[in-house]
Design a protein around this ligand. Structure first.
Ligand SMILES: NCc1[nH]cc(CCC(=O)O)c1CC(=O)O
Length: 315
């Protein structure tokens, strides 16, 4: 197999946020370790996506108008397709459940902490928040879960990367916010958050997982990525993403899902909520480790069967 060299480096495509760069560097470091390569054999290529466009982020509405989850990935996948990059590194939480023709996403790095973190300068957790407190989050899932549990709280939109959201907290725009523990850990900032148990706030499908995408037929990359793929993470994501796909979930639908491995079994928990948090439907299913796709779809159908007509409608 032809190895990448400083003269002909392997190009790793990523968004430019500090978290995205940390994830690209982790991927590079794992490839270096697996193949005895130096950092100079890799080039990290930052790609600006629609979702990074400040003018669009400023307007929640505009972000929805430009098309759901794909907004953080479209330009990166285009660069991969044209050969401008060799692999693309993604937060799996932000990935649509299907990839464009010609691309494959079957390499997952060992999963980080899956939990959401509660971040506040004054309070230790959701239960601690005084009546009517303002919480900042733009995640539809977190909004719905919070409103379900604490209908008295006021929820305000909080977009931007980790650093932007923390600044908004410091500016007093809200008493508390939520951030994925995985992102904070990867940025070395975990001390600022209290982890929330999945029983109290079920995380987003694929939260904490990094995926590395490649071109179909690129046998060099197929072999290199196979060496850094984490099997257990793959089995868990198969179940969670099948659940999401069957629900036809986009980032406009409050859906939570988490699979864990219990011995030789896969245990998948899922939850769907009304966007205003007035109703939540949750369930769980167990199956063989290799049956993730089937149990994910099965759980989705069970929850949908319990959802009254118009369950996901809002505004
Ligand atoms: N939607 C933004 C996003 N995508 C992935 C992460 C964090 C890292 C991860 O969950 O893998 C975040 C930020 C957050 O939710 O706090």
């Amino acid at each position: 197999m032809e190895q990448p060299t400083p003269q002909s480096p392997l190009k790793i495509g990523t968004r430019g946020s500090p978290l995205a760069l940390a994830q690209a560097h982790e991927t590079r470091d794992r490839l270096c370790a697996a193949f005895g390569l130096s950092e100079a054999a890799f080039e990290v290529v930052v790609i600006h996506t629609t979702g990074d466009d400040a003018a669009l982020i400023a307007k929640d509405r505009a972000l929805k108008a430009v098309g759901g989850k794909g907004v953080f990935t479209r330009e990166i996948e285009e660069a991969l397709t044209t050969g401008a990059i060799d692999i693309a590194v993604h937060s799996m939480k932000d990935m649509p459940t299907a990839q464009p023709a010609g691309l494959v996403l079957d390499c997952f790095l060992p999963r980080e902490d899956v939990r959401d973190g509660f971040v506040s300068r004054r309070y230790r957790g959701i239960a601690d928040l005084p009546e009517g407190a303002v919480v900042g989050t733009s995640s539809l899932r977190r909004r719905a879960q919070l409103a379900h549990r604490r209908p008295d709280l006021r929820i305000t939109g909080f977009r931007g990367n980790v650093q932007t959201r923390l600044r908004k907290l410091d500016e007093g725009l809200a008493e508390a916010t939520f951030l994925a523990m995985a992102g904070l850990n990867r940025l070395g900032m975990d001390g600022i958050a209290q982890p929330i148990a999945p029983e109290d706030m079920l995380p987003a499908v694929a939260q904490g997982a990094i995926g590395v995408e490649r071109r179909v037929g690129d046998t060099r990359m197929e072999r290199m990525l196979a060496a850094i793929h984490d099997g257990p993470t793959g089995l868990r994501l198969t179940a969670e993403r099948a659940f999401l796909a069957e629900l036809d979930g986009s980032c406009e639908t409050p859906i939570a899902g988490l699979a864990v491995i219990e011995g030789d079994r896969l245990h998948l928990r899922g939850e769907i909520l009304r966007p205003d948090g007035s109703e939540a439907i949750a369930g769980e299913v167990r199956g063989a480790l290799t049956e993730g796709a089937a149990i994910g779809a099965d759980l989705a159908r069970r929850l949908l069967a319990q959802a009254p007509k118009g369950f996901f409608d809002w505004r």
